[in-house]
Write a protein that binds this ligand. Sequence first.
Ligand SMILES: [Fe+2]
Length: 294
Amino acid sequence: MITLTDIAYVRSGAADLSGAVKFATDIVGLELVEQSELGVAHLRADHRHHCLALVEGPSGVISSGFSVANDDALAQAEVELNAAGITTTRGSAEEARSRRVREYIAFDDPFGNRLELVTQQETVTRPVAFSRTSGITEFGHLCLDAPDVHEAFRFWSTHFNARVSDWIGDGACLMRIDPVHHKLAVFQGDGPGLCHMNFQVATIDDVFRNWHYLVEHGVEITMGPGRHPQSTAVFLYFLGPEGFTYEYSFGVRRIDDEAAWVPRTFDPAEPGSIDMWLGEVKRTTTQAQLVAKD
Ligand SMILES: [Fe+2]
């Protein structure tokens, strides 16, 4: 069993890097970290050096990163995955540097989502210099697509410490790796890809202020503001360039009594099962997975 200690980052390809960076800063509010690598923009939201890396090249998600405790844990993870027939690749020193991690391994989940396990993701103590006051407090969760969310849960729960918090029928599996209701979700989709990347904001007012800001700036709102009954989070999904969906949310449930929590199942066809406020429910745009070069 591989223990994921946290989510680390999303790495995404952008054909129009400057356009994607402009959106991530001016609209989403992230800090653009001083450029240290040609063709890569690191974006910061919290203590992490970055949680989003936009890489000049074909549009599509490159990988999703998760932390493990240390190099020994990483080596053990490599052994376990290989024993299960999952091919892993060690990142080079240069690739690790670009991710601001000490070491990492990359592999595909059974559906083709590229995952990376990392050690010692760099922490930055300087306060985040947000590009605008969107109220972001942290990188909250990431959501991947898979054709079968039950199979996806089997993968995550067999190899990793992911526990299901709630099911939305056959449509979604919301999983936790710590007390936060979900740091990882898998949505039903045709193929592999990044369904959305979530940022937590400090207050419910931030969600609504951001909503007005996005509307004023002509950003396509996918869904919300609304409230998810599973996590109790007030959400707002919106579409960025190159098919990358962002989410702001506030008020995610914590599951502090691990033993007492019983996962629930919600029928997506039942009114209120996705948005308790009964707003229009729409499927978010998924950014398709790029096929790894190696
Ligand atoms: Fe989400």
